[in-house]
Design a protein around this ligand. Structure first.
Ligand SMILES: Cc1ncc(COP(=O)(O)O)c(C=O)c1O
Length: 404
């Protein structure tokens, strides 16, 4: 059982007020808040051992290198990657996806097919469109139904010996749908295609096991799992990472450089050109430590309770419609009230101290599918409470009465 009162004390930001009201932070799908334990790790880094890694003989550099590599191993263990060098540090999911999309430029040819799901974040659509433009490959889309679930029978029909790559999120940021990625991966492998799973929205709620899933690539952003912005990882199977060329050239990613020829460093360094976000990587490990100490099963059970309670209370509001009612969902509720523009509701909620996101949530095709300009999205974390759900519901009622 989660002790939410105790947990909330770890998050300094939850004590603040916004517009004279206590902050009710329900924008966790955009970025999670940071516990003091992670803030302390960041302060410790810059106070005590800030130095460039992998190249110094001095004590600070070695300390920073050790901590950075320990974080890599922590992340490897968390996601059950077979090897620590299959974990590439990046600036986040967007960067991770672009490494793969660019790497495949030389492995994809005209007429090959690439499949994405209908409910992707723009960062898992645009890089593949750019890849198609470069190579002449064709982009196909797995459709979804009105409940916000992928239509798997259509997916199976799309697969053929032309299919080379599949991209799907584990959890949709706009709808909260948990996608059946194991089935998606297994079917793709039967036709010899590789699969990248965008785990940005799953990582805060689900402890993914990349070996059990048999994912070829899996991407994560630190700022969604109690870590800092500008850090994240790309997990890739060793065989794929060895096949892909590096994304960026520079220091640290080379074995030998002459003006005639450069040879690349081994994994993971081949994909880690330049000085990385050292503190970010270390703090990402600390964010995972913090969440693991609470326990992912406990987090999932508690968030599910919040989801059920908030769904019931919000649906009691006349004219409120929830988009995304998949059987498997994380604690994300996307909704509109009658014809009121989501931005107007979000602005009034902000005046009442409630932080939600409004708009297309970087998933315009989903909004086009529902023929709406956007939604109000309330996304919950393990540090939210039922009392905060009550504040949200009262605020939505007030906004409705003011705007209708
Ligand atoms: C499903 C999904 N994919 C990708 C991203 C992009 O992550 P980042 O901005 O951390 O690179 C996000 C961010 O919201 C997301 O929700």
């Amino acid at each position: 059982m989660i002790d939410v009162t105790k947990i909330r004390k770890d998050f300094p930001i939850l004590k603040r007020e916004v517009n004279g009201k206590p902050l009710v932070y329900l924008d966790n799908a955009a970025t999670s808040q940071t516990p003091q334990q992670v803030i302390d790790v960041i302060v410790d880094y810059y106070s005590n051992y800030n130095a460039n890694i992998h190249r110094g003989v001095h004590a600070l550099s070695q300390e920073a290198t050790d901590k950075y590599e320990q974080a890599r191993i922590k992340i490897q263990k968390h996601f059950n990657a077979a090897k620590s060098y299959e974990v590439i540090f990046t600036s986040g999911t967007t960067h991770s996806i672009n490494i793969v999309a660019n790497g495949f430029s030389s492995l994809i040819k005209k007429g090959d097919e690439i499949i994405v799901s209908a409910m992707e974040h723009h960062s898992n659509i645009v890089p593949w469109q750019m890849l198609c433009e470069r190579t002449g490959a064709i982009l196909r889309v797995i459709p979804m139904n009105l409940d916000g679930e992928l239509i798997l029978s259509a997916y199976h029909e799309l697969l053929s010996d032309k299919t080379k790559l599949i991209f799907c999120n584990h959890v949709s940021n706009a709808l909260g749908t948990v996608n059946p990625i194991k089935e998606i991966i297994d079917a793709a492998h039967k036709v010899g295609a590789a699969v990248l799973i965008d785990g940005a929205q799953a990582a805060p709620h689900i402890k993914a096991d990349v070996q059990a899933l048999n994912a070829d690539f899996y991407t994560v952003s630190a700022h969604k799992i109690c870590g800092p912005t500008g850090a994240g990882v790309l997990y890739g199977k060793e065989e794929w990472l060895n096949k892909l060329p590096p994304y960026q050239g520079g220091g640290e990613m080379i074995a030998e450089v002459t003006f005639e020829k450069t040879t690349y460093a081994d994994l993971p360094h081949k994909f880690e050109a330049g000085t990385p976000n050292i503190c970010g990587g270390i703090a990402m490990g600390a964010g995972l430590d913090y969440m693991n100490a609470i326990g992912f099963d406990e987090i999932a059970a508690y968030e599910h309770e919040l989801l059920e309670y908030a769904t019931e209370e919000l649906l009691a509001i006349d004219g409120l419609k929830i988009y995304g009612i998949a059987k498997e969902k994380t604690a994300v509720i996307s909704f509109n009230v009658g014809e009121i523009h989501p931005y107007d509701i979000g602005s009034i909620l902000d005046k009442l101290g409630v932080a939600v996101r409004t708009g297309h949530h970087c998933a315009q095709p989903i909004m086009d599918f529902y023929k709406i300009p956007g939604t109000v999205r309330a996304s919950f974390s393990f540090y939210n409470t039922k009392e905060e759900v009550d504040v949200l519901v009262a605020a939505v009622k007030k906004a409705k009465s003011m705007l209708e």
